[in-house]
Design a protein around this ligand. Structure first.
Ligand code: TPP
Ligand code: MG
Length: 351
């Protein structure tokens, strides 16, 4: 039998907003001027949060923190497309998603300050707790999507994870289930080119990460993750498809982690300054700002007001968080064991 190609993989790449702030109007999603301004204000707020978290960590006022610098468009653009009723399964680098969904910011500081009560999601938000183990929440999202389908809920389940997450068995198990059951799931990978010190090319021999979805019978698409309009459109389309019974989508946001993996890491030990510098002109915030300036939506005055407003929100969140009574240390073991050992009982008494 002659060799033949059964089906070739056709991975689309979506780009709308370029580095000069110009858009491909044939692809531009419908967004009002106010919505575009709201997106920009969220980008600035998320970046202000991120900067403050780093400063607080350096001052010993916060624990280890995973920065989002460079990935803001992937996070705000996708979250902007979500409805409050959708179920979100985040990893540990999604502060922009939390902020865009309206999560109380002081609780984010509380969590990164080591107080788990910061992850008690307010009842009007469907956000699962941050998942520190890489990728283990991908099957949870697939399961939630299958459950929503059975219940007839018009919602989608959305999992966020990194390029490193695609190497986990959980990724393949979750994708397989989602594909077989045509689950209303949207999988969003922020391919930031690094999994701590492991570069993308050592993570997978696949040309794109997006193409992996095709093995499970659904579409994968790569988007420019520093282009907020492309991320928004891809997510909006995927959610619509999921909610109309047409199954899952995998979105690979092609972006870059501009700084260290966490505050416990030193990225200068394993990657070159030139590589980081080459991504600077592709900054997601700058790109939207250039677009808005051309449209007459951005002025120096507006920039100042936006930054001042963000600073006030973050200042307030920090003081709110720092006025919360610290948790009782004994809680570390109170909820772990059904019955305490005599030593643990003594420890709790001595706290
Ligand atoms: C199961 C598991 N193994 C190892 C780790 C340690 N770890 C934390 S983050 C990380 C890399 C994750 O890379 P990626 O998925 O690309 O996400 P990114 O950190 O780049 O956002 C590793 C190995 C972990 N948290 N969980
Ligand atoms: Mg990564």
């Amino acid at each position: 039998m002659p060799e033949s190609i059964i089906e070739s993989i056709n991975v689309k790449r979506l780009e709308i907003l370029d580095v000069n702030g110009d858009v491909d109007s044939s692809l531009m999603p419908a967004l009002s001027d106010n919505e575009i301004k709201r997106m920009y204000e969220l980008l600035v707020l998320a970046r202000t949060f991120d900067e403050r978290a780093l400063h607080l960590q350096r001052e010993g006022r916060l624990g280890t923190y995973a920065p989002i610098l460079g990935q803001e468009a992937s996070q705000i653009g996708s979250a902007f497309a979500l409805e409050k009723t959708d179920w979100v399964f985040p990893s540990f680098r999604e502060m922009g998603v939390y902020i865009a969904m309206g999560y109380p910011i002081h609780m984010l500081f509380q969590y990164w300050g080591g107080d788990e009560r910061g992850l008690i999601t307010p009842s009007d938000l469907n956000i699962f707790p941050i998942c520190i183990p890489v990728g283990t929440h991908i099957p949870h999202a697939a399961g939630a999507a299958i459950a929503a389908k059975h219940k007839g809920d018009k919602v989608a389940a959305v999992a966020y994870f990194g390029d490193g997450g695609t190497s986990k068995g959980d990724f393949h198990e979750g994708f397989n289930m989602a594909g077989v059951f045509k689950a209303p799931a949207v999988f969003i990978c922020q391919n930031n080119q690094w999994a701590i010190s492991v570069p993308r090319q050592r993570q997978s021999a696949s040309k794109t990460l997006a193409q992996k979805a095709f093995s499970y019978g659904f579409e994968g698409i790569q988007v420019d993750g520093n282009d907020i309009f492309a991320v928004y459109k891809a997510t909006k389309d995927a959610l619509k498809k999921a909610k109309s019974g047409n199954g899952p989508t995998f979105i690979e946001c092609f972006t870059y982690r501009m700084t260290h993996h966490t505050t416990a890491d030193d990225a200068t030990r394993y990657r070159k300054d030139d590589e980081v510098a080459s991504w600077k002109p592709r900054d997601p915030v700058l790109r939207l700002k250039l677009f808005m300036a051309k449209k007459g939506l951005w002025t120096e005055q507006y920039q100042k007001e936006t930054e001042d407003k963000a600073k006030v929100i973050i200042d307030k969140a920090v003081s709110e968080e720092e006025s919360i009574k610290p948790p009782f240390p004994g809680d570390m073991i109170s909820y772990t064991y059904e019955k305490l050992t005599p030593r643990q009982a003594k420890q709790i008494k001595d706290f």
